[in-house]
Design a protein around this ligand. Structure first.
Ligand code: UDX
Length: 388
């Protein structure tokens, strides 16, 4: 066979994809040199990581400079796995995208990777494109998803100002099949390792090609996300009689979404940072995130805003349960949509809190009418204040 059946995949992603060999290197060029060094036969190299567009070109040039007379084909095969559902996404992908060279050798390499996927993915779900379309599609997919969240979040601010209900709007517009119901859940802001990074990558690309209006368009998705996080904290402070100083605030949820312990770019860290700046005492509970991880994330978010907080360790307590976090608190902020927060004994929590007992729902996951019945003062993203 002209090419070895060994397919070298660059980038491990969340679970590595269907790789036979994974070389995880931060720099694709170094990675390419390493591959060229160890390979003894013609080889297909598959880019799995999200990369700047045209990385494959650079990788191919490095590889084909080898002095062994070997031919390397480079394919782009981005993964679309989401955290918490990665194995499911891998086993039942909505689509598999494979980009490769348009010449005969490139097409043969594509066919080979297609044949690997065909072991478990129906042929009609395998999309083949040229290299650059594939690389760019990964960025665009994440940018579009993030854009939907920012779009509905911008509407949540309007809802709060006007008395409309953002959940009703999501339902109303999402039932139009052209819009669809997914990624219309208004929240305190999107997080995770991919959305912001990929949009910034797209912004950079647009700027590189002098497409300033396009760059600004996509940048706005991130600005709206920042606005949403800041808006949430400002609202908390304003509702708590314009000061959080010395108040105990229970933070329920620190991960960037449920069913993961990942905290990268989590909205919770930004809300906590701003509350710490207001001198609130935070008691954070997350079912999966450990204190050390939280502190790493706080350091990162503080650095982003060039703020320092010498008393950080004192102002942030990590709690062993939601009940501990809420005991004696003036306010609760629900920042990750963990299922366990839906079924807590809120009467018990209310009884243990300072009054008035504020609850700020940044995920719209709790039954607000029932909370108000108990006596909570409830504020939720995109909902009319104190009524629904
Ligand atoms: C994302 C993409 O979905 C995935 O295809 C890609 O491979 C990697 O990036 P992930 O980062 O795991 O996956 O999380 P995702 O489920 O997309 O959520 C991202 C953020 O958006 C989370 O903070 C989530 O809470 C938020 N979100 C999502 C909303 O606020 N509202 C929604 O309606 C959906």
């Amino acid at each position: 066979d002209e090419y070895t059946m060994k397919i070298v995949c660059m980038g491990a992603g969340y679970v590595g994809g269907p790789t036979m060999a994974v070389i995880a290197e931060n720099c694709p060029h170094l990675c390419a040199r390493q591959i060229a060094k160890v390979c003894t036969k013609n080889t297909i190299v598959v880019e799995k990581s999200t990369v700047p567009v045209r990385t494959a070109d650079a990788v191919r040039r490095v590889l084909n400079c080898n002095d062994k007379g070997l031919d390397f084909q480079v394919l782009s095969n981005p993964e679309f796995l989401a955290e918490g559902t990665a194995i499911d996404d891998l086993e039942k992908p909505s689509r598999v995208l494979i980009g490769g060279g348009e010449d005969e050798a490139g097409q043969a390499a594509i066919a080979k990777l297609v044949s690997v996927y065909q072991n478990w993915v129906p042929a009609e779900q395998i999309i083949t494109t040229n290299l650059w379309s594939s690389e760019l599609s990964k960025l665009v997919a994440n940018a579009f998803l993030a854009q939907r969240v920012s779009s509905i979040n911008s509407i949540s601010a309007l809802c709060e100002a006007t008395g409309a209900n953002v959940s009703e709007i999501s339902r109303a517009i999402g039932s139009d099949p052209r819009i669809g119901p997914k990624f219309l859940q208004s929240s305190v802001g999107f997080g995770g390792s991919c959305f912001q990074k990929d949009i910034l990558n797209l912004v950079y690309l647009c700027e590189t090609f002098g497409l300033d209006e396009c760059a600004e368009y996509w940048h706005q998705v991130i600005k709206m996300n920042d606005y949403q996080k800041e808006r949430f904290t400002k609202n908390m402070v304003s509702k708590m009689f314009n000061t959080a100083t010395g108040k105990k605030v229970a933070i329920l949820g620190f991960a960037f979404k449920k069913d993961t312990g990942d905290t990268r770019e989590t909205a919770s860290a930004f809300v906590c940072r701003d509350l710490v700046q207001e001198r609130a005492n935070l008691h954070v509970y997350d079912p999966q995130v450990k204190r050390e991880q939280m502190m790493v994330e706080f350091d990162y978010t503080l650095n982003l805003s060039t703020k320092t907080e010498p008393d950080l360790e004192k102002l942030i307590t990590t709690s062993p349960s939601a009940y501990d976090a809420c005991d004696g608190a003036h306010a609760i902020a629900v920042l990750t949509e963990w299922d366990e927060f839906k079924t807590l004994d809120y009467q018990r929590i209310y009884d243990s809190m300072a009054k008035p007992a504020f609850l700020f729902d940044g995920r719209n996951i709790i039954d607000h009418a029932a909370l108000r019945e108990i006596g909570f003062e409830v504020y939720a993203i995109g909902k009319p204040w104190n009524k629904e």
